[in-house]
Each structure stands twice: as C-alpha cells, then as structure tokens.
Design a protein around this ligand. Structure first.
Ligand SMILES: Nc1nc2c(ncn2[C@@H]2O[C@H](COP(=O)(O)OP(=O)(O)O)[C@@H](O)[C@H]2O)c(=O)[nH]1
Ligand SMILES: [Mg+2]
Length: 680
C-alpha cells in the first residue's frame, strides 16, 4: 500500500509535527509564568491549556498508531539531554561574559560605582550558572541510592570542615556558607532532627500533635506554619519565638497560632525565623527534635521556600503523602532534594482512614511504584492516620521505626553530620572543577597560541568535510543512463561467460549482476556517510582535547541512525533476468558479446532505468536526512567551540591569573585527597 519512500516521507513529516508540538508546549508553560521578561501574555485559561494539551496527546497517539500500523521504523537519533543542557549552560555563560564592565565600556564610559554594580550582577549570575554546570557534570542527581551509599562510605571529618571553610572563603563560594554554618552550629550542640515534610494539609501538624499527645500545633485547612517549628522535650509546656529583629520571646504555647499561621501572621510579616516548643511528652527525648515544616506545593507560597531552605539541616525525614490525593511532582521533587542532601526518608501514607482497606493496599502499591519509577528508590510506604482505630497504625509505626532510634541518637547525629560534610565536599569540588575548566579555557589565549590555531583548523576541516559530502550527494543521481549502460555491459559479460561454461547453474548470471550492482550502489552511499561520521567524530574529539572548556559529545553522532539505508524490492526485475544467448552465437568469435549486450539491453534497459532512478531518489533523500543527522549535532557543538575561540581572542586576560589558577588546582587536589584519606 505504501512504498518505503512514502513511509519515509510520513516519518519525516511526523518528526516535524513533533518538534512543533514541543515548541508550543514550551510556550504554554511560559504563558503561565508572571515574569517581566516573559514575552507572552498568558491569555489562555487553565482549562484551555489543558484542552490544548489533551489534543496534542491525541495528535501524538494518532501518529504513533499510523507508525505501528504501517511498520514504519522510527529512526530517531537519541541525544543526551544532559549534554544538551550542559551545552546550553556554556552558551548562557558566553552571554553573561558579554555583560561585564569592559564590554559596557564600549557603549560609553562607566564610572566606578557603575562598574562595580555591573560586575556584581555579572558575578552573581555566573555563580548560578556555574552551579548548574557543576551539578550536571557531577551527576549529583543521577542515582540517589548510590549517592547515599557513597556519602556513607566516605564520611567527612571535622578536619575536612575547616579545609572546606578555607576553600569556600578563598573562592567566595557564598552559596555554601549557610550549609557550612549549619553544620558547625550543629556540631556544637548535636541534636538529632527528625523533620516532617509534605504538601500543605497533608496532615503534618496533626501527626506531630498525635505523637506528642497534645494539641499544640495549629491545624487547619488553610495553609498554616510559615516557618519550621521544633518540638523538644521539656519539663513543662512552653514556647520560644525567634524573630529577625528582636530577642527571642517566650509565649504561651496556646498562642502559637499568632505566629505560626498564615491567617494571623500573613506573609510572615512578624519576621519569625524559628519556633521552639518544649513539651513534657513522654514520647519526646532529650537530644531529639521533631520538626513541623511549612509544607511544599502550590498552596505553600513562601512556606515552600522555607521548607527547602531548612531541608539540608535535618537528619531523618518523614514524608507524608496524603491518601486523599495523588502523588505528584512536588512530592517527587521533595524526595529527590532530600536524597541529594544525603537524608533518608520514611514515607507515610497519611489519612489512611479515608481509604477502604482494599483501596489502601492498591494506593500503597501505586505510590511505591511511582517512587521506584520516578526516583529509582525502593521505599516502604507506611499507612498512618490520627482518626479512630486507624490511629493504631501511626502508633505502631512510631514504636517500630522511630523510637528505636532514641537509643542511638548520638551516633546517628554524628554519622548524619559527617555525611553532610562529605556531601558538601562533593559539591565544592564540583564547583572548583567548573571554575578551573573556565580558567583553562582562557588559558589557551594567553599561553597556547598553537592550540588556538589548532581549534580553528579543526573547525575548518570539518566544514570542508561537510561540504565535500554535500557535493557528493548533489551529484549522486546525475547519470542514471550511464549507470544502466554499465550494468548492461557487466550483465552481458557475465551472460557470455556463463554460457561458455555450459549454461547457468541455478540463478541467472544477469540477475546476479543486477543484484550486486544495486547492493554496491547502496554501499557507496553508506560509505559516504560513514566517512563523514568518522571525520566529525575525530574532529570533535580533537577539539575537546585542545579546548577543554567545552565537553564534546560524540555519542549522538556515533549513534546516528545509519541503519535505515533504503533497499529496493528487485523481485519483478529479477524475474525478467532469465536471458540466454542462442547456442550458435557462442561458438562464433566476436559475436557473443555483441549479441549478449543486445539481448540484455532490449529486455532490461527500460525497466532497469526505472529502478535505478527510483533507487537514486530514495538514496538521495536518505543521504540528505542522514547527513543532516550527523551535521546538526556536530554544528551545535562546533558553535560552542567557535564561541570559545571568539572569546579567547577578544577577551583580555585577567591579571595574576597564573598564580590564581595554581592555587585553584592546589585546593582542588587537597579536597580530593582529603576524600581518599577518609575512605582508607
Ligand atoms: N481524615 C483525616 N484527616 C486528617 C488526618 N490528619 C489530618 N487531617 C486533617 O487534614 C487537615 C490538615 O491537617 P494539618 O495537620 O493542618 O496539615 P498540615 O498542613 O500538613 O500541617 C486538617 O483538617 C486535619 O483535621 C487523618 O489522619 N485523617
Ligand atoms: Mg501544619
């Protein structure tokens, strides 16, 4: 029904549709953001957006059905998303480099205050992009269980903390300051912190009240608790409220709602920074703190940020998933952040009383499955509740999973803090590596003119190779008639030879020649591509070696789908290849070749030409697409190198860079070394 060529055209069209859908989806997401630099007005209602998205899904499934029905192989080249984002970050960096005071100077002189202002904006933005690059290159978020095991295996020591402190100060890695301070503080007064996390209204405060055995934390359907609230063991009930500007204030625990609720303290206008509640509850222990967090998700507004800011501080997390709603991205983001910070989680299905026992089992399984799929984490989900008989579930969980920790809380805090130090070390190393790579990038300009020339030459070589290949493709189908003549010639020769040897054995000699020729034509096209592929890979690898700032990803070029080389069905043609030469002609010298040529030509030439033309067209389309598949990923990478080249030749060198870079290398080495000594 559909020829291979038709199918190919369909597939190409579908891929185009897909990429347009993706573009529009990105717009739809942008439209929902209120942000001055956003160029789209979000004039689609949430319902409209949803309906559009649903139709997109249907368009996709229709295309998929068509592909399956017609057995159209999907030759989509997989490209590493990590790499694409890394590349994007490099380009961001390049854009930011253009915002420096030296550049602005070109648009009119700039005074010292202006210079400093611009520099600090540039530095702040660069710091952030560096963090993203470092994060991606270290694969921190890649395999959570593995990360936890690694931190466990190489715990950080207190000595490492002072080294980290030194490095953070020297390189002004201000973003690590809070984490460092927290760890130091906590080393001074070690307390084991168990924090309860979850979306607003998942039942966090209710759960802690039930555990404490008193209604101490405000509970409500509207978002409450704008800051983390700590519960500790005390001789009597009391509460301390810490505010930004004033000394801590002792309050009646019944008045907590005045400070810890959005209604009474909207937007935290009272600037509460922390609340500690002491309770004479037998379930609390000296040295252990239970923490109620503001909650995450869309309802939490500012509370979400507070929660994530607090998160790295705790030692064990209890994450509530509301049985009455589905697990969503907020929950997964939270768990991911916890595991990245090296903190284990107890996952609870709260409000289990809302589900019938049969449904409960199903939901537990579903949540477990989602965690496995979304985060690669094997976690047991415990159902809990504070209502009626089901409250026994919560008590049982607490007695089984939490109370046994009381005994060991001292060792647990110590282990947890060491894990945090090790985690911090990993992150600092990642940032230093990024800094170093950038410096080495600028190195080239100053110290290695030969390397710069090399980059330039490699880029030119690649362009030439691409141009040669393109020229080969354009010429491809130039002369079908000549090709047919050549085939006829070869086929006639084979026919004569076979007749002289007493006739064919099995398949026809003419058919064999025809078949071989078509295979050869295909092979030639394939070789053109393979040559280009090899050249581009080689050049990218050399580029990456010469200019270490940008990473090269040859995988997308290596894995480009070269398998789709078109084939023609020659059956009707081959059926026609059964030619023979009259017996008398074979014996007459000089006659046989001439006669064979005539026979083959008369019988096959017209049909052959049709086939050759068809195959040529198919191959040309294939060549065009496959070249594009190779050239696109190459070009996008080459762009990065070219930018680098441009920067190196235009930007001025920073003064004193050599000594600076040597120090950076030394710090990096010392930090890495410190990890090794810890492990042994
Ligand atoms: N049915 C049921 N409702 C609960 C349970 N725990 C909490 N709730 C209700 O859920 C709502 C939110 O609880 P709250 O503790 O304030 O949630 P938070 O925002 O996570 O602290 C309140 O109306 C509670 O009464 C439970 O185990 N079962
Ligand atoms: Mg609450």
């Amino acid at each position: 029904m559909l020829t291979p060529l038709h199918k190919h055209v369909l597939l190409t069209g579908f891929l185009d549709v897909e990429s347009r859908l993706k573009q529009m989806e990105a717009l739809l997401v942008q439209g929902t953001r209120r942000y001055p630099l956003n160029e789209y007005v979000g004039d689609l209602s949430p319902t409209e957006t949803k309906v559009v998205a649903d139709y997109f899904a249907r368009i996709r499934s229709t295309m998929q059905t068509c592909l399956e029905k017609h057995h159209i192989p999907i030759e989509v080249r997989p490209t590493s998303l990590r790499w694409a984002v890394q590349c994007g970050m490099t380009m961001l960096d390049v854009a930011l480099a253009d915002l420096g005071p030296k550049r602005l100077q070109g648009y009119g002189s700039i005074d010292e205050a202006g210079r400093q202002e611009v520099q600090s904006i540039q530095q702040e933005l660069t710091r952030l992009t560096d963090r993203v690059s470092a994060y991606l290159s270290e694969r921190l978020g890649h395999d959570l269980p593995e990360r936890l095991a690694r931190l466990e295996a190489a715990p950080g020591s207190v000595a490492m903390l002072s080294l980290l402190n030194l490095v953070v100060m020297r390189w002004q890695l201000v973003e690590f300051r809070p984490a460092l301070d927290t760890i130091v503080q906590r080393l001074e007064s070690p307390q084991y912190e168990i924090a309860v996390f979850g979306r607003v209204s998942s039942g966090k405060s209710s759960l802690l009240n039930h555990i404490a055995g008193m209604d101490i934390l405000p509970v409500g359907v509207t978002p409450v608790t704008a800051v983390p609230t700590r519960l500790v063991r005390g001789d009597s009930s009391s509460a301390l409220v810490y505010c930004a500007e004033t000394n801590p204030r002792r309050i009646d625990p019944d008045d907590l709602v005045e400070y810890a609720s959005e209604e009474k303290n909207p937007g935290n206008y009272k600037h509460v920074t922390g609340i500690i509640v002491a309770l004479p509850s037998p379930r609390l222990r000296e040295g252990v703190v239970l923490v109620d967090t503001p909650g995450i998700g869309s309802l939490a507004t500012s509370g979400s940020e507070e929660t994530f800011a607090y998160l790295p501080r705790c030692d064990l997390s209890v994450v509530l998933i509301n049985a009455g709603s589905n697990l969503n991205d907020d929950d997964l983001t939270l768990l991911r952040a916890l595991y990245e910070a090296g903190i284990t989680a107890q996952v609870l299905l709260s409000k289990a009383d809302l589900l019938k026992p049969a449904d409960r089992q199903r939901v537990l399984q579903y949540v477990g499955e989602q965690l496995r799929r979304g985060l690669n984490l094997e976690l047991t989900v415990h159902p809990v509740s504070i209502v009626g008989q089901d409250a026994a579930l919560l008590d049982a969980w607490f007695e089984r999973e939490i109370e046994p920790l009381w005994e060991r809380h001292r060792t647990l805090v110590e282990k947890s803090l060491h894990r945090k130090i090790a985690g911090l070390r990993e992150s600092v190393i990642a940032v230093l590596k990024t800094l170093l790579a950038k410096r080495r990038g600028t190195y080239l300009r100053n110290y290695d003119g030969a390397a710069l020339k090399m980059v330039e030459r490699l880029l030119d070589d690649a362009d030439a190779a691409i141009e040669r290949t393109e020229a080969g493709r354009r010429k491809w189908s130039a002369d079908a008639t000549a090709m047919v003549a050549a085939i006829v010639q070869d086929a006639a020769k084979a026919l004569v030879e076979s007749s002289r040897q007493g006739g064919s054995t099995g398949s026809s000699p003419v058919g064999q020649v025809v078949q071989q020729t078509f295979v050869q034509i295909g092979q030639t096209a394939r070789e053109i591509i393979i040559n280009l592929q090899r050249t581009l890979i080689r050049i990218l690898e050399s580029l990456a070696k010469t200019a270490p700032l940008a990473a090269a990803d040859t995988a997308s070029i290596r894995n480009a789908a070269l398998a789709g080389l078109p084939v023609v069905d020659l059956t009707p043609l081959l059926a026609n290849c059964d030619c023979t030469i009259p017996h008398w002609a074979i014996t007459l010298p000089g006659t046989a070749p001439w006669m064979a040529r005539r026979i083959v030509k008369n019988r096959l030439a017209a049909q052959l030409e049709q086939y050759v033309r068809l195959y040529n067209t198919q191959l040309q389309v294939w060549l065009r697409d496959t070249i594009a598949q190779l050239v696109e990923p190459y070009r996008s990478q080459a762009e990065v190198f070219r930018e680098q080249l441009r920067r190196m030749t235009t930007l001025e060198a920073e003064s004193g860079e050599t000594a600076d870079t040597a120090q950076l290398v030394a710090d990096l080495r010392e930090l890495e070394q410190a990890g090794v000594t810890c492990m042994t």
